[in-house]
Design a protein around this ligand. Sequence first.
Ligand code: AMP
Length: 249
Amino acid sequence: MNVLVAVKRVIDYNVKVRVKADQTGVETANVKMSMNPFDEIGVEEAIRLREAGKAEEIVAVSLGPQQCQETIRTALAMGADRGIHVKTDEELQPLAVAKLLKAVIEEERPGLVILGKQAIDDDSNQTGQMVAALLGWPQATFASKLDIGDESARITREVDGGLDTVDVRVPCVMTTDLRLNEPRYASLPNIMKAKKKPIAEKTPEEMGVDITPRLKTVQVIEPPGREAGIKVESVAELVDKLHKEAGVI
Ligand code: AMP
């Protein structure tokens, strides 16, 4: 069985994101970019499947501008076998990503497709679900445990207040949650080896996929700043303020 992992290039999670002055989006110029953390977990899970003899080839796919190749190289350095880059400088919304991934998946025919549960830049949490729907494949989202066989996979999902374990037919789509695994760092020899691994290039046009955005961003604004706290002299004063000023009791 082959595993296909989607890897998105996003602003690094350590960066303090700044909103552009014209409120049309966030500043990405001269900002450190990295692989979406949930996608690192996806790559790690695929590698563990191969190490356990349950997967043969791991293909890492990224969609977007030329620099996405760096994200694919990171996946290759972690242990993926080859990459596919769907190159475009146009804005890609989740539906467009899902349609492009569907086209790649129909060509590659993997047994398992792994995506992150959400990309930390747009927080959409849509792409995996859309890919599964477009393909008509079973899906298990927010996975914290995977046990895969030839015909089916048992996946534990993190849901509010507990765990939900489902059996899905293979091929299926799975999206990763934080506790699925702890991704490895790429070793120096593997970073060197990754330079020689192949990355195929495609474009949405040659794939015949319409990527026209369906949504328009109206405005992006900073969350309101936190007001400074105050010190109160007594419990009575605290209760009074909570009642009269905060209106919470
Ligand atoms: P989202 O639905 O935007 O929150 O993204 C969920 C997941 O879809 C990500 O964690 C990635 O696995 C995948 N994904 C979204 N956009 C891209 C992209 N441009 N390239 C590769 N994978 C993507």
